[in-house]
Design a protein around this ligand. Structure first.
Ligand code: HEM
Length: 134
């Protein structure tokens, strides 16, 4: 879902926020202000600070952040990357629409539901039929 009320920023603008006093991250196409959160980051303040002003999408997902982390992240969102720069983000070029449509799905987690449904269906299929009166 695209929120048109959100501000958009260029990569150049984001790059200026690589300071303790103002630290922003790019994750997918969102811009996150982690200035105050850095000190509380369970993965470490320094690790996060190193990513300040940069696209940290790959690192963020490589770590396998939990749903909790992703909900926290949503609260830190301050805007989105401007359209011209979306294509410059590694790995998302040409896929921006599908990424926007499912911001938190992808990777292994996207397979959990279909696999769970398949297992459920298999269990039903192989379970004994309920006993009738005969
Ligand atoms: C807005 C962005 C981010 C938020 C809200 C966030 C939040 C969190 C949270 C809540 C955890 C605890 C474990 C969990 O719930 O998954 C965590 C762990 C971790 N984060 Fe982040 N994180 C962010 C960005 C990053 C980035 C960019 C990196 C990489 C440089 C990173 C590296 C790590 C690491 C390595 C851990 C694991 C710590 C451990 O298991 O001991 N995080 N993060």
């Amino acid at each position: 879902m695209h929120n048109s009320k959100m501000s958009t920023y260029s990569l150049e603008e984001v790059a200026k926020h690589n300071k303790r006093s103002s630290c922003w991250l790019v994750i997918r196409e969102g811009i996150y202000d982690v200035t105050n959160f850095m000190k509380e980051h369970p993965g470490g303040e320094e690790l996060m600070f190193e990513q300040g002003g940069r696209d940290s999408t790959e690192l963020f997902y490589a770590i396998g952040h939990s749903t909790d982390a992703r909900m926290l992240m949503a609260k830190l969102k301050i805007g989105e990357l401007c359209d011209e720069d979306k294509a410059k983000i590694k790995g998302t070029a040409g896929k921006s629409d599908s990424l926007n449509a499912t911001p938190f799905k992808g990777g292994v987690s996207a397979w959990i539901y279909p696999i769970a449904i398949a297992i459920g269906a298999a269990l039903l299929y192989f379970s004994p039929m309920p006993q009738g009166p005969n």
